[in-house]
Design a protein around this ligand. Structure first.
Ligand code: ADP
Ligand code: MG
Length: 347
């Protein structure tokens, strides 16, 4: 651990019941100071459990958790949530309906006079752009506005880290993008370190400095968004982050597949059977009478046309094309695959 480390989980395991497999197993993650880290994974993979353990709402069965260099859980050691200096933003915002926004934000500020608490509450409400609505009640706000207040309440006591649990999932799709940008701006301008958990890859990739992909309670890969996308470490990450098709291949002098031979950096022995990952933006095609591929379908998505190309083996590849490139289904094509990185997994 170096002194950039703010939150450290070291081989943490949590099992709710001996009848079920652990919610998280042997999980090791580090959040650096000033960093926004996303934990990404499907429903039930252990995201909320991880946040609850960091916040102190649950106790790990094994492993150690350190906060700002000091142990807060593990080895029989235990610091209660209120002593951890952690701000939490929940999916449902969890604002008190009978309190004004100012009172909601001032609520968690213990050990200060009323004037002082209200001044601090007003200060953070202004930071999140809600200074003009301090006397309103939560039901008088839109979802996005409630989200801002929940963030203000988490920021008010001056935590060392903010944990956000699926914070945008209750917002309409058209608000979500703006709120992501807005929340990121507020966190960055306040120099706040944060862990964001989400099942939405676009959210994780666009907001976070690094993303940890969780599957079934285990960490598959923790890396910068671009690294996850271009060089996924596992088949699960390849599939979950971005879109991917997989073609069977064999290691020879390169990876031999039905769409060509690709440079091999896998280190696998000759003759090894592999799957080659292919992203839709790596697949190009030209109409060609004696081409091997056939256009099997096209889906218009506004900013692009997403083609499905059928190969002689029956396998299909998706291809991302410009929104004005329209070709008919059944057109014979020559398929060209140019991966930015050749990624293979052993079969
Ligand atoms: P996520 O937030 O990624 O959807 P959770 O951390 O909530 O996942 O849950 C991980 C696993 O632990 C799931 O299988 C879930 O059913 C189980 N789990 C979560 N909380 C409890 C609990 N309080 N008691 C028993 N099982 C739980
Ligand atoms: Mg959850």
């Amino acid at each position: 651990m170096d002194d950039r480390s703010l939150v450290v989980l070291r081989e943490v395991t949590k099992q709710y019941s001996p009848r079920f497999s652990p919610a998280i197993s042997c999980l090791s993650i580090t959040l650096n100071r000033g960093e926004i880290l996303a934990l990404l994974g499907p429903s039930g993979c252990g995201k909320t459990t991880t946040l609850r353990l960091i916040a102190g709402f649950d106790v790990p069965d094994e492993g150690v958790i350190l906060l700002d260099g000091a142990p807060v859980a593990g080895n029989g050691f235990w610091v209660p949530p209120e002593a951890r200096k952690i701000g939490m933003v929940f999916q449902d915002y969890a604002l008190f309906p009978h309190l004004t926004l100012l009172e909601n934000v001032a609520f968690g500020l213990h050990g200060k006079g009323k004037k002082e608490r209200e001044a601090r509450a007003m200060e953070v409400l202004k930071i999140v752009g809600m200074g003009g609505m301090a006397q309103r009640y939560p039901h008088e706000l839109s979802g996005g506005q409630q989200q801002r207040v929940a963030l203000a309440r988490a920021l008010a006591p001056g935590p060392v880290v903010i944990l956000l649990d699926e914070p945008f999932s209750n917002l309409d799709a058209d608000m979500r993008t703006d709120m992501r940008r807005e929340v990121e701006r507020i966190l960055r301008e306040s120099d706040m370190s944060a862990i964001l958990v989400t099942h939405d890859q676009e959210e994780a990739l666009s907001m976070a400095d690094r993303v940890g992909v969780l599957n079934n309670g285990s960490l598959e890969q923790l890396a910068a968004p671009e690294v996850l996308y271009h060089t996924p470490a596992t088949r699960f990450v390849a599939d979950f982050v971005g879109e991917a098709d997989f073609l069977p291949g064999e290691v020879q002098d390169g990876i031999v597949t039905e769409v060509g031979t690709f440079q091999d950096g896998s280190g696998l022995p000759k003759g090894a059977k592999v799957e080659l990952m292919i992203r839709p933006d790596d697949v190009h095609f030209e109409p060609c009478e004696d081409g091997d591929g056939v256009i099997a379908g096209r889906r218009f998505r506004g900013s692009e046309n997403r083609y499905a190309l059928a190969l002689p083996s029956g396998k299909r590849l998706r291809s991302s094309q410009s929104s004005d490139r329209v070709l008919a289904r059944g057109t014979k094509v020559k398929v060209m695959v140019r991966p930015t990185h050749v990624v293979v997994f052993p079969l």
